[in-house]
Design a protein around this ligand. Structure first.
Ligand code: IDP
Ligand code: MG
Length: 147
């Protein structure tokens, strides 16, 4: 099984869409192994988006992601990284296909609703940055054999 990290960004919380978004992952068959509502601290946001430091959208990105509470979760399934990235859709919502989260809920890259890890290595790094080991649940999902 593979794990990936998802952030429902502050506008998803403000638009009262977190329930709908979490439902999509449950319906797809992802196991939630950790989840919290938290305002990401500035330092943590800067580390999370380290690869974008210096780009023209970086300042706006950091101020947006720290502007209010986000929902952060770890999702687990076979091929979790690729499956969740395809559910999330293209970075620019104008290019995100209808049916994807960004294709259904967003119009601007700066407010594209959701983050998902783009590789297994990124997922490991982001999970370690955003969760303490004791915040992650190990349990058996009873429906697992049917997924
Ligand atoms: P991703 O979230 O699809 O992985 P990245 O390229 O890693 O996309 O960029 C991180 C975040 O930075 C995006 O989700 C988006 O919110 C923001 N971003 C990326 N490119 C732009 C841009 O051209 N204009 C404004 N914001 C951008
Ligand atoms: Mg990215």
């Amino acid at each position: 099984m593979e794990q990936t990290l998802v952030i429902l960004k502050p506008n998803a919380v403000q638009r009262e869409l977190i329930g709908q978004l979490i439902s999509k992952f449950e319906r797809r068959g992802m196991k939630i192994t950790a989840m919290k509502l938290t305002r990401i601290p500035l330092k943590t946001a800067e580390q999370h988006y380290e690869e974008h430091r210096g780009k023209e959208f970086y300042k706006d990105l950091i101020s947006f992601i720290t502007s209010g509470p986000s929902v952060i979760m770890i999702l687990e399934s076979m091929d979790a990284v690729d499956i969740v990235r395809s559910m999330v859709g293209a970075t620019n919502p104008a290019e995100a296909v209808p049916g994807s989260i960004r294709g259904d809920y967003a119009t601007s890259p700066g407010h594209n609703m959701i983050h998902a890890s783009d590789s297994g290595e990124a997922a490991e790094r982001e999970i370690e940055l955003l969760f303490k080991p004791e915040e992650i649940q190990e349990y058996r999902l009873a429906v697992r054999p049917w997924l």
